[in-house]
Design a protein around this ligand. Structure first.
Ligand SMILES: [Zn+2]
Length: 232
């Protein structure tokens, strides 16, 4: 198995979550020459209130929308794990899938959903965040966690930084004032999710949300995270 190095790995529960959570920051990373890859855990086949759409059609549409969004953002690759929507569980199999990708891409930074948001939080978001954190430590790091991955030459890897979106415990804000337009355009690629919202309204809603997240900073618009630096 060959490694395919990337500095940043974004692990998103559904197609569109990463555009809400981190797309503005992704554009900055790409402009700095960083290689960014996406891992999309579920196929999003329950993300509609339109009963005339078949789940398998929706899954296909949402992949196409995600590909359009990552192409716009300059993301190098997107991997679709294609778990059914609303069915993620904290299983050894899912954890190993994430470990495999961490060891293959060997990112410095991983971005995902904060699993510790209280009360109303999509179960897939909670599970994705938790499984990704567990995959980072100890499973991706430790020599004897997966002898079969070692035989595939997928060796232990130490991630340096984790950024969690959707957090109630913000300790890091990224300035997206300059990249907001691209983020908005990427979000609009997810027509099955935002197509019913008038364009002006979507822009205003998103702008207001990122203005609030920038409170206390000397810039206008922010994406906000709980940042964990891992000192190995
Ligand atoms: Zn989601």
């Amino acid at each position: 198995m060959k490694t395919k190095l990337a500095q940043v790995m974004v692990v998103t529960p559904h197609p569109d979550d990463a555009e809400y959570g981190v797309a503005g920051t992704v554009v900055h990373w790409v402009s700095q020459g960083k290689e960014v890859v996406y891992v999309v855990c579920t196929n999003g086949d329950k993300g509609t209130s339109d009963a005339s759409i078949k789940p398998e059609e929706l899954a296909k549409t949402r992949e196409e929308e995600q590909i359009a969004a990552v192409n716009l953002l300059g993301v190098r690759e997107v991997m679709f794990l294609r778990h059914p929507d609303q069915c993620l569980e904290d299983t050894p199999e899912f954890r190993k899938e994430i470990v495999r990708l961490i060891r293959m891409y060997r990112p410095e930074t991983i971005v995902t959903a904060d699993p510790y948001r209280r009360y109303v939080w999509h179960r897939d978001h909670r599970i994705t965040g938790q499984v990704t954190l567990d995959a980072i430590f100890p499973y991706a790091r430790d020599l004897f966690s997966y002898p079969d991955l070692m035989r595939e030459e997928l060796y232990p890897h130490k991630v340096k930084e984790v950024l969690l979106w959707g957090t109630e415990d913000i300790n890091y804000r990224s300035n997206i004032t300059e990249t907001f337009r691209v983020k908005l355009t990427a979000l609009r690629c997810h027509k099955s999710q935002v197509g019913h919202v008038p364009p002006q309204e979507l822009e205003e809603r998103l702008r207001e949300r990122h203005r609030l997240l920038a409170q206390g900073e000397d810039f206008q618009l922010a994406e906000a995270f709980h940042r964990v630096e891992i000192l190995w």
